[in-house]
Design a protein around this ligand. Sequence first.
Ligand SMILES: [Zn+2]
Length: 257
Amino acid sequence: MEKTIRPYVLAECNWKAVKETRYTVAILPWGATEAHNYHLPYATDNFQAEFVAIEGARKAWEKEAKVIVLPTIPFGVNTGQMDISLCMNMSPSTQYAVLKDVVEVLNGHNIQKLVIINSHGGNNFKQMIRELSLDFPKVFVCSINWWQASNAKSYFDEPGDHAGELETSAMLHIAPHLVLSLDDAGNGSAKKFKIKGLQEGWVSAQRQWTQVTKDTGVGNPVRATQKKGKAFLDVVVQNVADFLEELHQADVNNMYE
Ligand SMILES: [Zn+2]
C-alpha cells in the first residue's frame, strides 16, 4: 500500500523521521467543541483550525520551512454557554496549563518558535503569551485568529460572528459532508446589550449566549457558498504559509528593524 505520510503533521510522523529532522516552527491548532447553529458540527472550530494549520504548513514545507503541526486542542473557553448541551468548556487557566506543558516540551528540544492557530472567538492567548515569556524566554510564541488573516468583508456580504456566512462557507469547503442543508439553519439573529457602552463595544463583558441567540448562531448563514469559502481560505492559507516561512527564517533574538 502506498504511504501518504505528511512530514509536517506530527500525528502522522514516526520517530524514524522525527529524530532526524531539525524542526524550527511548531504549529498548534486550537479550537472548541460547541453548538454552531443547527446546521454545522460541534467540532467546526477544530476542523477549521486544523485545515488552516495543515494547508499553511504544507505550502511552507514546500518552500523548505521546517514546520510541524501538533495535534489540535479541541476545547475552547465556553464559559458563557454552560447551559447549551455538551458545549465543552475549558477555562483560561486550564488552557494556560496545557499551553505551558506544550511549550516546555518545545523548549526542551530547542524548538524556539510556536504559532497557535486559533479558531474560536472565546479563546484569547495574548495575555498567556506574555506570562509564558517569563518561564520560557527563549521560545517565541504567537497566535493567529485564522478568520482575521485576510479581509473577510471582501469575500462575504455579512461574515457573522458564529456559524454565520463566513464559517458556513468555510465548512462547505473543508467538510461539506458534515454540513446540513441551510433550510435546517436558524437565521442567527442576535440580541444586543441594552446599555450603550456595551452595545457600542467599547465596554467589554461576556455574553450569556442563550439570552442572545435562539439557534446558537450569531450571523445569518443564508448566503454562504462553498465558492466563497474556498476563495477566502485560499488567501488565508497563503498568508499563513508566507508568515510561517518568514518565521522559519527569522532569528528570534533579532526581530526588530
Ligand atoms: Zn466557530
